[in-house]
Design a binder for this molecule. Structure first.
Ligand code: MEV
Length: 427
């Protein structure tokens, strides 16, 4: 029997849960329990979450952690991170502390422009369309004035508007490319509203407006984060050798896409965790960052490293479209708290904090990969997670941690050793 349903969104939450568990889970009662386990007892808070999206049946938690000891441009930060991957927060804190005694992380805003396009089709003569655009330009800006008024008071608004001829790539295709400054808001609604108003004013029977939408590609909204120190201050022993190996690892990611994707994924471990914790749109950030990583026609590392005259320098350029007002930033109590913990940054400051978290994560991964290997740290956490599932006493836990110090950790090996230990203790 078909399980297609009409009017699902009109059902009450309990009815939705019943329908879902009756139709799509094996043991309805158990599934209901799991869903309800995550409901918040505070009804007002739960109803806030229910209303973020349609058809909410439960909440999906991520650990919310903090990474202390970040010094960014001389200012101390503790960075909130929402992430499920073990070792991400520990690595961020460890690297933050490491650089705190080596001048901290320096960040610079390189640019803050965003854009949106009105995509249109026009079969006539290109010169004619350009003439019409030039004639209409002032009017196109005028129709957005009521929309941009507040933004202009805050120093933002429309920066530029131009017609682009794309017919060489797609017959009849043109776009009106609009550049914006959106100050402390991510600006999606603002940009889209402006674009739709412009499209409306540009309409003519021989012009087909296909769509009007912001771009999540923000190569002109970029922040740089960097660290540097003397090579000899980088490692306890063999500093020159390891620093050179570190730089080699970055150079590999600069030319080899297979490595670059994983390298950048490590950066995004830090970036996404802060983007999510502050209620920002991580899908937009992800899409924009990876497009930027391919801007020269080949997917490449977002970070770079060099050694010059005995000084190690490591830096990262990231396109980031973030907001500290609007969206979830003030609506979600934890996102609001994250911004408070970060000392209520404006959007540019938040870009810098996020980039610092990304750089820290990348540094931690490369340092581990080029020295001990990544599995040592990972396996330690893996071991702790396996032990947590066992009914082990503190003494037994300590024994297992010590026993596996120099051995390969696998679920089976740990469980076997645990049972062996128990059997021995019984005799
Ligand atoms: C794992 O989440 C991230 C790393 O793979 C990043 C890297 O390889 O650089 C460790």
């Amino acid at each position: 029997m078909s399980k297609v349903i009409s009017g699902f969104s009109k059902l009450s939450k309990q009815e939705k849960v019943d329908w879902l568990t009756d139709n799509f889970t094996e043991v309805g009662i158990k599934a209901k329990e799991v869903l309800q386990q995550y409901w918040n007892e505070d009804r007002i808070l739960q109803s806030l979450h229910d209303d973020f999206v349609e058809n909410t049946v439960s909440n999906f938690y991520l650990p919310y952690a903090v990474a202390p000891n970040f010094v960014i441009n001389g200012r101390d930060y503790t960075i909130p991170m929402a992430v499920e991957e073990s070792s991400v927060v520990a690595a961020a804190s460890m690297v933050a502390k490491f650089w705190s005694s080596r001048g901290g992380i320096k960040t610079t805003i390189l640019s803050t422009r965003k854009s949106g396009q009105i995509h249109l089709m026009y079969a006539g003569d290109a010169g004619g369309l350009q003439f019409y655009f030039d004639k209409m330009k002032a009017q196109l800006l005028r129709v957005t004035e009521p929309i941009t008024e507040n933004m202009r008071l805050r120093g933002g608004g429309i920066v530029d508007i131009e017609l682009r001829n794309k017919t060489a790539e797609l017959p009849h295709y043109y776009q009106i490319h609009v550049t914006f400054q959106t100050k402390d808001s991510m600006g999606a609604n603002f940009i889209n509203t402006c674009l739709e108003a412009i499209a409306d004013a540009f309409k003519r029977p021989d012009i087909e407006i296909v769509m009007s939408i912001l771009s999540n590609y923000v190569p002109e909204c970029v922040v740089r984060a960097e660290v540097s120190c003397k090579v000899k201050d980088l490692y306890e022993s063999d500093a020159k050798l390891y620093a050179e190996k570190f730089v080699q690892a970055v150079k590999i990611a600069e030319i080899e896409p297979f490595r670059a994707v994983t390298h950048n994924k490590g950066i995004m471990n830090g970036v996404d965790a802060v983007v999510i914790a502050t209620g920002n749109d991580f899908r937009a950030v992800e899409a924009g960052v990876h497009a930027y990583a391919s801007r020269n026609g080949k997917y490449a590392s977002l970070s770079h490293a060099e050694i010059t005259n005995g000084i190690f320098r490591f830096w990262l350029d990231l396109p980031l479209s973030l907001g500290t007002v609007g969206g979830l930033t003030k609506l979600h109590p934890l996102a609001k708290l994250s911004l408070e913990i970060l000392q209520n940054p404006n959007a540019e400051e938040l870009m810098q904090i996020v980039a610092a978290a990304g750089l820290a994560q990348n540094f931690a991964a490369l340092r581990a990969l080029t020295t001990t290997g990544i599995q040592k740290g990972h396996m330690k956490l893996h071991l702790t997670n396996i032990i947590k599932l066992l009914d082990a006493t503190k003494k037994e836990k300590d024994f297992l941690i010590q026993y596996f110090e120099n051995k390969t950790v696998s679920h089976k090996a740990v469980v076997d050793k645990y049972h062996e230990m128990r059997r021995e203790n019984e005799h």
